[in-house]
Design a protein around this ligand. Sequence first.
Ligand SMILES: CC(C)(COP(=O)(O)OP(=O)(O)OC[C@H]1O[C@@H](n2cnc3c(N)ncnc32)[C@H](O)[C@@H]1OP(=O)(O)O)[C@@H](O)C(=O)NCCC(=O)NCCS
Length: 181
Amino acid sequence: MPDALDRCLTAGPRVGLRPFTLDDAEEFTARAEESVALHRPWLFPPRTAEHYAAYAGALIEEPARAGFLVCERERAGALAGFLTVNNIVHGAFRSGALGYGAFAHAAGRGLMGEALGLLLAHAFGPMGLHRLEANIQPGNAPSRALVRRAGFRLEGFSPAMLLIDGAWRDHERWAITDPCG
Ligand SMILES: CC(C)(COP(=O)(O)OP(=O)(O)OC[C@H]1O[C@@H](n2cnc3c(N)ncnc32)[C@H](O)[C@@H]1OP(=O)(O)O)[C@@H](O)C(=O)NCCC(=O)NCCS
């Protein structure tokens, strides 16, 4: 019998990561629709086929972006959430900016923590990065807790950093560098 996470690039005991595909539109947008109360006001992932095609298309095609779907082993690979790496810069920086969201049914179960651990190993391994940063609004306690548990450190505070939901929002800059060098 095939493993539920056979299509994943990397997998742990409960979840695996695989790249976004355009074929995931229906499941992704349905789970995003169910997760509006969890995601707002921090995150606005696509909830329509058209928005998904643009969002996933950019993650698939643009060299400065990468996106990974979090698939749950005990639910036959169903989507539990997603992680993105944006603003990827190589050269002497080798850095990227992290984004993520759980889907409502999967939140608060430790699945995103496991997924973030897998992403760090992938980013500092095959992706060749040295640093990942996560820019988080100070009031977003679950997000701060997630990155703190994963070993990120608080580097600083950036006023009016990102335009989210129509206003320039202050962010904390959390980051982690490759512990292996
Ligand atoms: C940020 C976000 C992805 C965190 O997801 P999460 O589900 O809380 O993260 P985890 O999967 O690591 O779950 C952690 C919780 O599960 C609990 N848990 C349950 N079983 C667990 C297990 N086996 N292992 C680890 N933790 C477990 C932990 O105790 C923790 O609970 P707590 O928050 O009460 O301390 C989620 O809250 C989210 O999608 N938020 C909206 C979008 C967002 O803010 N994105 C980031 C913008 S910067």
